[in-house]
Design a protein around this ligand. Structure first.
Ligand code: HXC
Length: 528
């Protein structure tokens, strides 16, 4: 048989042709669904999938995976509609100098719908993230399961949901909703730690407006049903709502700066230019003289943290409790605080669930918890009882009880009833419990308590109002102060409010090497 000897110049030509093919295929992949679809995406006010990843990663740089994957479907004409990379762009890069994995659904390819291979890409990325111990950011802009593929696409979602669950508490998972997220597809975001939504373009719902109208007769538009206002204020599905995509990705980067890469790491300590021993005179007079007067708890928080900087989670949902990340002398701390400005800081269903989830996140990722208490109790009311305040409130008890990270609690004013116990009490394994002199720790507020325990005396007295006022004053003298609790050791100290920052920093230092474990078990049974 005659053999052909390939010359060096032939080899060079062949290699050049192969490189040209590679470049041509890459350029095609970069086009996503094509120029027309890209234009339509822009007209809808949305960025392209790769532009979004550029906003997320340091210097806009990332490495892509699986650019040449294509779907295998033959039905409904899909055999003639193939796109290099299919409907999701997957990549790895740096965020604040640390490795992060991210996927970005490409709406220009068949509406970003999830195909079997798109799911394979996402799952591969998530597997890499878990094995290497790095956070995952998922950018959602999709019409849901690829209808033409049927069960293959449904199974794809199942594979993602399982990985979301297994990665929960191992690596931080963050979702960005920058387009539609409909049907069962919403459950992948819901299984992640934080959901960001971009106003106007982001929407999430199980069933859209048309189906709702057909089934229940209710009329609602897409934004009212599943837009950022709805989910960041009413449902609590969204943790951070932003005006536009640039703000959104800046916020995601900011959040990541507070988080460790995985559950075995600690969050990064940064240099702080704020003085450790900074005294805040303002805190001495921040609590109003009248018990039922409100004030802004955020003012206290901003006074004590490094340079007044906080990252709020669920800012507009259950505003009667504040959950935020911040730093003390450069160390990351999660803060839970009652907000007297909203519903007097009472604990209701939404506040309990919001705080419980935050406490569990902090505990999973080695973030110490600071609790600032001014709580008049659990919210009374038929709606609250029917809504299950018992089981929802129990979530917060459960979360604090099981948390083993350093826990510091400061009672600044009211700590009444069950809410005293819930909000990081000593009994729920808090390490350091402090109080301001303005603290009032009691089973309930003075007026309510006197009406119950002294009803007979008041009724039988000549001047009921005078008697009641006198008894209220007596009750206040006895209980409306921190010294009874301090004398029993339920508090470690009563402090001058102006020194709060330095006390927190010294407590954190003392607790730096804290080690505590729960009894080994398969898993607990948190009241759901
Ligand atoms: C295949 C889809 C698709 C899907 C959209 N497209 N959704 N293709 N499967 N799920 C295609 C459209 O046919 C269209 O193709 C292109 O994407 C753009 O869609 P438009 O409708 O033109 O865009 P827009 O007007 O912006 O509307 C977006 C939308 C709408 C609101 C998302 O497309 C829509 O309602 N899609 C269906 C949503 C849905 O019900 N999905 C199934 C959910 S159930 P052409 O070629 O015309 O450009 C689900 C189950 C998951 O996901 C279960 C997991 C457990």
């Amino acid at each position: 048989m005659e053999s052909k000897i390939i010359s060096d110049s032939d080899k060079k030509n062949t290699n050049t042709n192969k490189l040209e093919e590679l470049e041509a295929r890459r350029s095609l992949a970069q086009l996503g669904g094509g120029e027309e679809k890209n234009k339509t995406q822009k007209k809808k006010g949305k960025l392209l999938a790769r532009e979004r990843l550029s906003l997320l990663f340091d210097n806009g740089e990332f490495e892509e995976f699986d650019q040449f994957i294509t779907h295998r479907s033959q039905e409904f004409g899909l055999d003639k509609q193939k796109y290099e990379g299919d409907s999701v762009v997957c990549g790895v890069g740096q965020v604040n100098g640390k490795q992060v994995f991210a996927f970005s659904q490409d709406f220009t390819v068949l509406g970003g719908s999830l195909s079997e291979v798109a799911s394979m890409k996402i799952c591969k990325l998530m597997d890499h993230a878990v094995k290497t111990g790095c956070p995952v950011v998922g950018i959602n802009d999709s019409g849901g399961a690829r209808i033409q593929e049927g069960v293959e696409s449904l199974a794809g979602y199942g594979e993602i949901f399982r990985r979301n669950t297994m990665a929960s508490g191992v690596i931080p998972q963050i979702t960005v909703i920058a387009g539609p997220s409909a049907g069962g597809a919403v459950y992948s975001p819901a299984l992640t730690d934080f959901i960001f939504m971009v106003e106007e373009i982001g929407q999430m719902y199980i069933t859209g407006p048309e189906v709702i109208q057909a089934v229940t007769g209710e009329k609602v538009n897409h934004q009212e049903l599943g837009g950022s206002k709805t989910h960041s204020q009413k449902s609590g599905v969204v943790h951070v709502s932003t005006k536009n995509e640039t703000e959104c990705f800046n916020k995601v980067r900011e959040l990541l700066s507070y988080l460790p890469s995985n559950n075995l790491d600690d969050p990064e300590n940064l240099e702080s230019s704020d003085s450790v021993n900074r005294i805040s005179e303002k805190l001495k007079s921040i609590i109003p003289n009248e018990a039922n007067q409100s004030y802004d708890m955020k003012e206290i928080i901003r006074e004590i943290v490094d340079s007044g900087k906080i990252f709020e989670i669920h800012k507009d949902f259950a505003p009667n409790i504040i959950t935020c990340l911040s730093r003390f002398n450069g160390q990351v701390v999660g803060i839970v605080a009652n907000q007297p400005l909203s519903l007097a800081g009472v604990l209701d269903i939404d506040a309990s669930v919001k705080a419980a989830r935050f406490v569990r996140f902090c505990d999973a990722f080695n973030i110490p918890i600071l609790t600032l208490v001014d709580v008049p109790g659990f919210m009374p009311g038929v709606n609250q009882e029917f809504g299950g305040i018992i089981r929802h409130g129990a979530k917060l008890l459960y979360a604090y009880s099981e948390a083993t990270v350093p826990k510091i609690t400061i009672i600044v004013r009211k700590a009444y009833g069950g809410a005293y116990i819930v909000m990081g009490s000593k009994e729920l394994r808090s390490d350091i419990n402090l109080a301001w002199p303005s603290a009032e720790i009691a089973v309930m507020g003075p007026e309510g308590a006197v009406k119950i325990i002294s009803r007979k005396i008041i009724q039988e007295s000549e001047n009921k109002e005078e008697t009641q006022n006198k008894l209220v004053e007596e009750y206040k003298d006895k209980f409306a102060n921190p010294f009874v609790a301090a004398s029993r050791g339920y508090l470690d100290d009563v402090i001058d409010p102006s020194t709060t920052r330095s006390k927190i920093i010294s407590s954190l230092k003392m607790l730096q090497t804290k080690s505590d474990n729960n009894i080994p078990k398969k898993h607990g049974n948190i009241p759901l």
